[in-house]
Write a protein that binds this ligand. Structure first.
Ligand code: SF4
Ligand code: SF4
Length: 383
């Protein structure tokens, strides 16, 4: 296993971290996967295999597998495995609604994890709304108390908001020692982005990267033109490995979290991590990745750059998000976009609320006929 640095901390994390958000599960009474019924033997075997091969960081969260994941992790780390890894879990900041909620949730997590101290503790999924919950409910003060009395050892946050807010959150406290951001070769400018990575690393924070393969989208259902581009590479790699090596090549990245679902997935990721190095991809390989990125973008029918000049829509439509989901479905051939339409967007933000007023179209620097696309998006994504 390759080991890297983690900000200013005296901890050398494995290049690959074990993400426990997509564990194998058993079927429920209706025969469909039941996400709160983790398949203990299989999931435990996967985690232990990863640890045996040198993985030393496991990431869970209060909400994973409908609040059953932390309990599974405590059991899976028995038989001498607990001492070999650092455990990370997260506070669901949106569930902290009154004084005492933070303490109560943290106490339950310590109990579920069967520990007195959580090594890495994150405020989960910060964006504008969740950051407001943190500030309003004094969650930084509560976390500082937990740090002081040793219930948590290091504080960080996972992030899904805009780049500007990321900068504000970094500057809001000196308690942060690490953060977790989404980064992959399609999303260099999305959310915190590459700039956010460099900013946080420059402040000596450890930076964990999630979604390196964009939820698997960069590894499956490849358009033939993308496959043909990858075939030009002198060093042959799977599309998943290209995506991972692109992230690992960036020196400021501390390590990559992969949400593993099968033993095969574990074995493949371990193999890729073993080959990883900062700066591994040569200039010509980075240029090839850039060509793949450009090609994917060309496959998206709507030239939306997510600049948000069109916002707010008077009807509340989340214009860039709707357009992104529509584009993703076409670029990656990903039918799950339709599911995301319902889980990511509130009813009030969906395309069917568009009244074709045209206000957004006059503001769009790309000249996008938004209202027409809203009609198509509603028919396709809600279908
Ligand atoms: S055209 Fe539709 S999406 Fe655009 S501002 Fe008007 S209601 Fe909103
Ligand atoms: S203004 Fe145009 S390009 Fe920018 S987010 Fe809105 S639709 Fe997309």
């Amino acid at each position: 296993m390759q080991y890297r640095t983690f900000g200013s901390l005296d901890f050398k994390p494995s290049a690959l971290g074990f993400g426990a958000m997509r564990l194998p599960v058993l079927a429920g009474a209706d025969g469909k996967p039941d996400f709160k019924r983790i398949d203990y033997p299989q999931a435990t075997a996967m985690l232990r295999r990863a640890i045996d091969r040198g993985v030393n960081y496991v990431d869970t969260a209060w909400m994973y597998h409908e609040e059953t994941c932390e309990g599974w992790l405590a059991e899976a780390l028995k038989d001498g495995y607990r001492e070999k890894v650092k455990v990370a879990t997260k506070m669901p900041v949106w569930d902290v609604k009154k004084p005492g909620d933070f303490e109560r949730i943290l106490a339950t997590q310590l109990e579920r994890l069967q520990t007195d101290c959580i090594e890495f503790y994150l405020l989960h999924s910060l964006d504008a709304a969740h950051w407001e919950c943190v500030v309003e409910q004094g969650q930084l003060e509560a976390a500082e108390k937990a740090l002081a009395d040793g219930r948590i050892a290091h504080l960080g946050f996972s992030y899904h908001g805009t780049h500007d807010l990321f900068e504000d959150i970094l500057a809001a406290t000196d308690l942060w020692e690490f953060c977790q951001i989404q980064l992959n070769y399609m999303d260099e400018d999305y959310s915190a982005g590459r700039r956010g990575l460099e900013l946080a690393a420059g402040q000596d924070l450890g930076v964990i990267v999630m979604e390196p393969i964009r939820g698997g989208m960069l590894a499956r259902n490849l358009p033939p033109a993308v496959e043909a581009l990858w075939a030009e590479a002198r060093v042959r790699r799977t599309p998943a490995e290209w995506a991972l090596q692109w992230v690992w090549s960036i020196p400021e990245v501390s390590f990559v979290l992969s949400g593993m679902s099968t033993m095969r997935h574990v074995e493949e990721d371990l193999e890729y991590a073993e080959r990883s190095r900062p700066g591994l991809l040569a200039a010509e390989e980075l240029a090839l990745v850039a060509r793949v990125r450009d090609l994917y973008r060309e496959l998206g029918p709507i030239p939306c750059t997510a600049c948000r000049y069109c916002m707010p829509c008077p009807q509340g439509v989340a214009i860039p998000s709707v357009l992104e989901l529509y584009n993703d479905a076409h670029m990656y051939g990903d039918a799950s976009r339709q599911r995301f339409y319902y889980t990511w967007l509130d009813e009030a933000e969906r395309a069917d609320k568009c009244t074709a007023c045209g206000e957004c179209e006059s503001k769009c620097p790309q000249g996008i006929a938004v209202s027409g696309w809203m009609e198509k998006a509603q028919a396709f994504l809600a279908g």
